[in-house]
Design a protein around this ligand. Structure first.
Ligand code: WT7
Length: 662
């Protein structure tokens, strides 16, 4: 757990002019009604979408935990995001205002304003390409390793149109990570670009793909977009230029959207777990789109006149849900920004808010902490008064970050929340819902569960935890948007999420509930590290270290960081003969970066001769972590392993003695 900031359960702030202001008690009453008959509640929301065929059963719960929402119903996500708006008066409304990273004379060099009609045309053309040139059909998987350019959502929507499944790999992942995911997902083709702009430099995506393709088994074609005019090598018979293969497809091409079953897979997205390889989270169409529709309304209060900006990368679930499917389904106008929010200067993000008049802004604690460090002057030179709603996601929002953004962008009057959810949940689960009922805010809280979601904090035995006491976060009812399974591994799905507590979803987070019923998610209860909101499994980092032939064993733990929330530190036992020096340290850091990707940068490598283990030979991570932080482990944290307080103390003394003397 990385959070050790002090929080106040008592401070309550009500945003200004809220017509739907409510007390926590009023909201809890409303909420209790919504979960009492949650099936009927969600069915009501689902009926606001356009279905080709209505469902036979709201929830098929005959085989828990493999639930089918709106079973038998038929719809199409691409149809909901595009065709519907074309027919209902949003044809020429701007869907995406895209801003590229490079600047020229103090202005963005490239801005593309793409209307719903233009999106519709492009998605149809790309769907035609996928279907006819690459024979992609219902059930096939396509891989996407792309920069933040409009063609990424276009490919996602085109796949969805065909009823095919897409699998996006974040562009900060390495070739090994791509290969592992593409092999597991059995992707048929991979779409990429010559490069991606990141902080003024070109990240050479294509050569990373070339390396990955040496290890993939199922990919027969690679489609390459031109983004950076980067010089690339094309492999004959395998690689095809996007511009080339698209040029003869007419602008008025129409590909009929497949009538897709509600419970069929829309996408697979890989997440780090605590053990083993990344888990492919499979999300459905009907439940997922229903949850996004609800949360776009309740959490973001989205309206036609808004300019919405979610700062995430589409490579993560936040981008899937709240850049692509959520806002487009609602017919919103949204900003999509390609690069670093602090390039070329600290104020890039604020200049974007000003340039387009952003009214709804979805950001992250790591970003905000970075801006605080950069200084107030940068935000002050921009007019950001158009912002009427703020939210954050990815990791706990510390009160300082809340206060800063609330003051400098929120003018101490707009709703601002910290939305808790995860890749697995598909969409937001615990959050303020200013579009529905606004309860008082508290700096750093996640607030109360959204309607229809029965979340709780429980003790080791699965009983509701007392107020103000730390416990495990769980969700007690099935919800629309939950994963169908882990791709090709249903047993693991059951084991990871539904075995710690019987029949309830175990999120893997520690949380507290305060006397008003508000949730405060404190951080991971397991071996997942959140670095700048990105999720890394210690197992992945440790396996990467093992690739270096000097490493005998290692333990990676997360330590607190002022900006990134947490950063990984490795404790390494070397093989005999290897020299523990700075050169080796750097080599090891490099190995991890190359194996997992630039997202995985070890802050430090500490050489030790022994790692503390429990009797069943599990590494005592809390001891390693305590040593990394330089604070003895508490006496009461018996939740995490079977070691006694005495054993933990001894192990701590030994390891810190060794680290201290080296
Ligand atoms: C983990 C899930 C879902 C979008 C991005 C992350 C942490 C996420 C919050 C928040 C405290 C949060 C949790 C969670 N987390 N949002 N508002 N407050 N913690 O998705 O990569 O699947 O990570 O992120 O630890 O379990 P993810």
């Amino acid at each position: 757990m990385s959070v050790d900031w002090s929080i106040s359960f008592d401070e309550k702030i009500m945003p200004k002019d809220m017509q739907n202001a409510a007390t926590p008690e009023e909201y809890i009453k409303y909420h209790a009604n919504s979960v009492r008959d949650y099936k009927a509640f969600w069915a009501n929301i689902a009926s606001e979408l356009e279905w080709f065929k209505k469902w036979d059963k709201t929830l098929d719960d005959s085989n828990p935990p493999f639930y089918k929402w709106f079973a038998g119903g038929e719809l199409n996500a691409s149809y909901l995001c595009l065709d519907r708006h074309i027919k209902t008066g949003r044809k020429n409304k701007v869907a995406i205002i895209w801003e590229g990273e490079p600047m020229e004379n103090g202005k963005p060099k490239e801005v593309r304003k793409i209307t719903y009609n233009e999106m519709y045309r492009e998605v149809n053309r790309v769907a035609h390409l996928l279907k006819n040139r690459y024979q992609i059909k219902k059930g096939d998987v396509i891989g996407l390793y792309m920069p933040m350019i409009p063609e990424l959502p276009i490919f996602m929507l085109a796949a969805a149109r065909l009823g095919a499944t897409f699998c996006v790999v974040f562009s900060g992942f390495s070739s090994d990570a791509i290969a592992e995911r593409m092999n597991d997902a059995e992707a048929k083709i991979l779409v990429t670009a010559d490069g991606a702009w990141r902080g003024g430099k070109v990240l050479d995506l294509k050569s990373i793909v070339d390396q990955a393709l040496q290890k993939t088994k199922t990919i027969s074609k690679v489609v390459v977009l031109n983004r950076t005019n980067n010089k690339i090598n094309m492999t004959d018979g395998r690689d095809e230029l996007f511009d080339q293969v698209m040029k003869d497809i007419p602008v008025n091409t129409y590909v009929e959207p497949e009538k897709v079953k509600s419970e069929s897979p829309l996408y697979v997205l890989y997440t780090s777990g605590t053990t083993g390889k990344p888990k492919g989270q499979v999300h459905d169409v009907g439940g997922y789109m229903t949850l996004l529709h609800a949360t776009m309304k309740w959490v973001f209060d989205i309206h036609d006149h808004d300019v919405y900006w979610c700062m995430a990368d589409i490579g993560w679930v936040t981008g899937h849900s709240y850049i692509v499917f959520g806002p487009l389904m609602e017919g919103a106008t949204e900003v999509m920004y390609e690069g670093l929010p602090v390039f070329p200067e600290q104020d890039r993000w604020a200049s974007i808010i000003e340039r387009y008049g952003v009214s709804i802004f979805y950001t992250s604690p790591t970003a905000v902490r970075g801006w605080i460090k950069g200084g107030d002057q940068w935000v002050k030179i921009h007019d950001v008064k158009t912002v009427r709603l703020l939210h954050s996601v990815g990791e706990p929002l510390n009160p300082e970050a809340f206060r800063w953004l609330f003051k400098h962008v929120g003018r101490e009057m707009v709703p601002f929340g910290s939305t808790w959810w995860m890749t697995e949940t598909g969409g937001i689960m615990i959050s303020h819902v200013p579009g529905l009922m606004m309860v008082p805010m508290k700096p750093g809280t996640n607030g109360l569960p959204i309607p229809g979601i029965d979340a709780d904090v429980v003790d080791e035995d699965g009983n509701s935890q007392k107020q103000n006491e730390r416990g495990f976060l769980v969700i007690k009812n099935p919800w629309p948007g939950m994963p169908l399974t882990i791709f090709k591994d249903p047993d693991r799905f059951k084991e990871v999420y539904f075995s710690k507590f019987k029949n309830v979803f175990y999120a893997g987070d520690y949380a507290v509930r305060d006397p008003d019923g508000y949730f405060w998610v404190l951080g991971r209860a397991d071996e997942i590290i959140k670095v700048a909101g990105h999720r890394l499994g210690t197992y992945e980092l440790e396996s990467a270290l093992m690739k270096h032939n000097s490493v005998a064993e290692s333990a990676v733990v997360g330590v607190p960081d002022d900006i990134k929330g947490e950063v990984p530190v490795a404790f390494v036992i070397l093989k005999q003969g290897a020299q523990p020096n700075d050169t080796l340290k750097n080599e090891l850091k490099d190995t991890v970066r190359k194996t997992v990707g630039p997202v995985a940068s070890l802050k430090d490598v500490i050489f030790v001769s022994k790692l503390p283990k429990t009797r069943s030979a599990k590494i005592m991570r809390r001891v390693v972590k305590a040593v990394a932080i330089g604070k003895p482990p508490g006496d009461t944290t018996t939740l995490d392993d079977e070691a006694s307080v005495e054993e933990v103390k001894n192990a701590y003394a030994q390891l810190s003695g060794e680290v201290g003397s080296s």
